[in-house]
Design a binder for this molecule. Structure first.
Ligand code: NAI
Length: 329
């Protein structure tokens, strides 16, 4: 069995963590499973060289791959003519409508284990912006789109995930619909109602549903600094994600290109490596995904960590430690 994996390092630390993640795929290769790689260009540096942040060749070659791994790209915070975020473009072109972000912390007073399921294709990311008026009195507008179709299909992804977790852990799982329908009653109201309809129409044994206004959801996550905040903030270099649609899957560490530490060899590779585990799990090899997870946990437990986690090790040292654990497993 040979999997073809598209690698899109992008900019900044993307170019450091994706090669580290590639080594993890290689470390898992055996007689029965092999990985081949296709290195692909995208990002701000690609834009500066070619005038295109997401070359057509990248999208075309991805279509011949089984899965992909994306690093991070640097996006200018002001409008640059002709530049458009490649990650947003890729999600759209490959219809990777669901972004799945597990947030897990087993240490601390109260362990946390939740998964954020985010809709990737709509809301403000349809990127319909306009500006009018004279300097001094200009008004800029962005259109926000919420459709019943996209709300239902992301709701289904969250409910299916919750049900599979409920079966795996042998306890109830809860889906929380996060919204702002107290203010945006038409758009977020439709979102909330659509997800609830999917729940009401199906047999979601083991799954409860609730909804919560985004402000209080954030408060709930951060209320106890020992767990929520540590997991969500203290460890950006730890949080993986996948972007998935019906046909394709792309792993992506949640963090950005981190220009403040790029090129120093100190970026935490764990978010990218955990994204590899998610991709491999979704390709149907949960045993291999579990091996990566264990190798990462053991490495962290032995104190081999990068600076963002309070450690002293380099990207290379953490990667080698994980590779060694994988070789032993
Ligand atoms: P960022 O995630 O790049 O960095 C935030 C802070 O976390 C920085 O201090 C950075 O050093 C640290 N950090 C992030 N990942 C780390 C890792 N793996 N190891 C150690 N420390 C890590 O977010 P920021 O600073 O808001 O954005 C920087 C650039 O990244 C911008 O150009 C932005 O557009 C881009 N970005 C790209 C994303 C993507 O490609 N999906 C997502 C978020 C931001």
């Amino acid at each position: 069995l040979t999997y073809r994996i598209g690698l899109i390092p992008g900019d900044g630390i993307g170019k450091e963590v994706i090669p580290a993640a590639q080594r993890i795929f290689t470390a898992l290769s055996s007689q029965s499973i092999r990985f081949e790689f296709e290195n692909l260009a995208a990002g701000f540096e690609t834009f500066k060289k070619t005038g295109d942040a997401l070359p057509d060749a990248t999208v075309e070659k991805l279509k011949s791959c089984h899965a992909a791994l994306f690093g991070a790209v640097s996006s200018p915070s002001h409008k640059v003519e002709g530049y458009s975020s490649p990650i947003v473009g890729l999600r759209k072109k490959l219809d990777l409508y669901a972004n799945i972000r597990p947030v897990k912390l087993t240490t601390g007073k109260r362990p946390i284990d939740l998964v954020i399921v985010r809709e990737n294709t709509e809301c403000l990311y349809i990127k319909k912006e306009s500006i009018s008026g004279e300097p001094g009195s200009r008004v800029a507008l962005a259109t926000r789109q919420i459709s019943e179709f996209a709300s239902r299909r992301i709701g289904k992804v969250a409910l299916e995930l919750a049900q599979s977790r409920s079966r795996r852990f042998g306890r109830k799982s809860k889906v929380t619909i996060v919204h702002k329908s107290n203010v945006l009653s038409v758009t977020d109201g439709l979102f909330r109602e659509s997800v609830r309809n999917v729940y009401d129409e199906g047999d979601w044994d083991g799954v409860e549903i609730e909804d919560q206004i985004v402000d209080s959801m954030v408060y709930r996550l951060f209320r106890e600094p020992d767990d929520g905040a540590a997991a969500l903030v203290g460890s950006l270099g730890l949080v993986p994600s996948v972007n998935q649609g019906e046909k394709f899957i792309m792993g992506e560490p949640v963090h950005g290109s981190a220009p403040d530490i790029a090129g120093q060899g100190i970026a935490n590779p764990i978010a990218a490596i955990r994204s590899v585990a998610m991709v491999i799990g979704k390709l149907g090899h949960s045993d291999l995904a579990g091996r990566i997870e264990n190798a990462v946990d053991e490495t962290v437990e032995t104190g081999i960590t990068t600076r963002d986690m309070g450690g002293k090790n380099s990207t290379e040292e953490v990667t080698i430690a994980i590779e060694k654990k994988l070789a032993k497993a």
